[in-house]
Design a protein around this ligand. Structure first.
Ligand code: ZN
Ligand code: ZN
Ligand code: ZN
Length: 155
């Protein structure tokens, strides 16, 4: 009889611990997912599959992450899209991006590329190939450059 009561108590203790463990597990998964969203992004160039990890990618002089695959960093067109998107949803655009567009600060449009290892300015070699004078990192822009295309018309 005594033994039965004890077993029963143990079982109910186990039942209370399971939801707690489950909660910890969910919280960990949620944290991991959030972590991924914050630090890892895809290169904004739709032709490039480069994954930019904030923790080990260098930044260009404008402070944008440099894609290790194609060398894209910042683009006036991308900044303009952000301003346009904000206007479209009725949000006040970030003054940083307005200034960026007005002063045409994007490196992509100027064909300026920076090294993803040391953030130095790349030299143009030939035939769409850029090379870092210090590390020898190369970008072949032949596959990534495209004419600006606007898929949405704003009135
Ligand atoms: Zn890229
Ligand atoms: Zn840049
Ligand atoms: Zn370099």
């Amino acid at each position: 009889m005594w033994r039965n009561v004890r077993t029963c108590r143990n079982l109910s203790e186990h039942l209370t611990i399971i939801p707690i463990l489950l909660l910890i597990f969910i919280a960990r998964m949620y944290h991991a997912a959030r972590f991924t969203i914050i630090y890892i992004s895809k290169c904004f160039n739709w032709k490039c599959n480069g994954v930019i990890d904030d923790r080990d990618t260098k930044k260009c002089p404008n402070g944008w992450n440099i894609c290790p695959e194609c060398g894209s960093c910042c683009s006036t067109r991308t900044a303009k899209q952000r301003v346009d998107n904000d206007i479209e949803i009725g949000k006040r655009p970030n003054p940083y991006f307005i200034d960026f567009v007005n002063n045409n600060r994007g490196h992509l449009e100027k064909k300026e590329y920076y090294c993803c290892k040391c953030s130095k300015r790349m030299n143009y070699i030939e035939d769409s190939i850029y090379e870092c004078p210090t590390c020898g990192v190369k970008y072949n822009r032949k596959f990534y450059d495209f004419e600006p295309r606007f898929t949405k018309e704003y009135s």
